[in-house]
Design a protein around this ligand. Structure first.
Ligand SMILES: [Ca+2]
Ligand SMILES: [Ca+2]
Ligand SMILES: [Ca+2]
Ligand SMILES: [Ca+2]
Length: 450
């Protein structure tokens, strides 16, 4: 009897122990669960804070670029890279970078930092179909469709596309029949597929990232040749235009056609003195001679390159408020130069080599006459300038501990008194764009450890 009581007591205390154990286990699980979710919450909040700091740092950097471009020493000139900050710009605990383009090197996996010159590209609103066709990877169909998209009529050009094509799509839309307002609009044009537009550069940073050189192992598909085959987007713009005024803001002189000699005489006299001005004018032929470009005017004037550099910003061929779509021959990559009539693939490499050998001459278009023969220079001059007034600032940022990556692209216009943002676009969704080295270094970016 006593034995039974004892054994009953043991059984009861055994059951109590099991229950207590279960309860303890339950409490511990709950505690772990809440601790885990609290730590996730904390982590998420921390990432949100980093991301917010990165965004604010981007805004700050855009202001910095705006200030820089509003106070250029020489209007119409891309600021020298030595004169402004481009990488690891510290703003509180955040860091920003200006992602640029190294037009000489398409094999690097390390980003190049700086502003991007929009006048170094072909303008979608002014380039002829032949110029567009000369771009690497361009198809005849897309080149013709670009011209049909922007021209006011609905006549389908050879291999082009107007309403008939776009209204058959689902969803259907109309051909614009007006100028391009943004580069992104190109995606709507018939024949513009993503491979053609973006090439292998899926994150649009201008450098060869690992996934862009591993064939079909990861997206994008690439040819694994150790070189970044960029898409058409890198060579095109819709923003390039110059104000038809000189650095002081006064209207430029139209140096061609009836009365040109009278118009240009005061400028020549004030700059070079009456005697030299008369010499130059005497060489220019009849007082109503016509010139096809400012470069043509220079070649016929017998001026020295230095003389010409002093007055070139006061010369023009047209009366409008702006001159649109000229290509800056001092900054354009070889692929773009090859599209210019008179330069072509034959002379583009020579132009690039001359630029590298003569950096001090890059103040006007005059030097082009030393590389091209006269008839080539006359053809090319129509499309060329030595000035740039629109710049892209492609700003990437991280917050503390290198977290919260963000990226935004701004297009600045400097034709007015102060630089103005013409367009801005968020590129964060394209993912990390600062190369492997910065990815490895990014954990050191923290205000806390210092
Ligand atoms: Ca049209
Ligand atoms: Ca890339
Ligand atoms: Ca790939
Ligand atoms: Ca490649």
């Amino acid at each position: 009897m006593i034995e039974r009581v004892k054994s009953n007591g043991r059984r009861e205390s055994g059951s109590v122990l099991v229950i207590v154990l279960w309860i303890t286990f339950g409490i511990v699980s709950l505690a772990l669960y809440f601790a885990h979710s609290a730590s996730l919450e904390l982590r998420a909040a921390d990432n949100r804070a980093s991301s917010l700091a990165a965004q604010l740092a981007i805004d700050g950097t855009a202001r910095y670029v705006g200030y820089l471009l509003s106070n250029l020493e020489e209007p119409g000139k891309l600021p020298l890279r030595e004169t402004y900050s481009q990488k690891e710009i510290e703003i509180g605990e955040a860091r920003t970078w200006l992602i640029g383009r190294d037009i000489k090197d398409r094999t690097s996996s390390q980003p190049y930092f700086g502003l991007i010159d929009e006048a170094s590209k072909l303008n979608l609103n002014t380039a002829t179909v032949e110029m567009l066709e000369a771009l690497p990877g361009m198809t005849a169909g897309l080149a013709a469709a670009i011209v049909d998209w922007r021209d006011g009529d609905s006549d389908v050009s050879e291999s082009g596309a107007e309403d008939e094509t776009y209204l058959r799509l689902s969803p259907a839309y109309h051909c614009k029949n007006a100028k391009f307002e943004s580069l992104g609009e190109l995606r709507l044009v018939a024949g513009a597929d993503l491979n053609l537009l973006f090439g292998e550069d899926s994150n649009m940073n201008g450098v060869l990232d690992k996934n862009e050189d591993d064939g079909d192992k990861s997206l994008p598909l690439d040819n694994r040749d150790g070189r970044l085959d960029v898409g058409l987007m890198d060579f095109l713009t819709v923003y390039s235009r110059e104000a038809n005024t000189n650095a002081a803001g006064t209207a430029r002189v139209v140096v061609s056609g009836p009365g040109f000699a009278q118009r240009v005489a005061p400028l020549l006299q004030t700059t070079f003195g009456p005697e030299r001005a008369n010499q130059i004018l005497a060489r220019m032929g009849p007082p109503n001679a016509t010139f096809t470009s400012v470069l043509d005017f220079f070649m016929r004037s017998g001026m020295t390159e230095n003389d010409f550099t002093n007055i070139q910003q006061s010369l023009t061929l047209t009366n409008g408020a702006y001159v649109e779509g000229l290509v800056n021959v001092c900054t354009a990559p070889e692929e773009v130069l090859a599209c210019i009539p008179g330069i072509g693939t034959d002379k583009a490499a020579e132009i690039v080599a001359y630029r590298l050998a003569n950096p001090d001459k890059m103040n006007s278009v005059a030097w082009v006459a030393s590389v091209l023969d006269r008839s080539q220079a006359v053809r090319a001059g129509v499309y060329l300038t030595a000035h740039s007034y629109q710049f892209t600032a492609d700003i990437a940022a991280v917050g503390h501990f290198g977290r919260g990556f963000r990226r935004q692209r701004f297009i600045f216009d400097t034709t007015g008194k102060t630089a103005r943002i013409m367009q801005q676009e968020d590129l964060t969704q394209l993912g990390w764009a600062l190369g492997r080295q910065t990815w490895q270094d990014r954990r050191q970016f923290s205000g806390i450890t210092r």
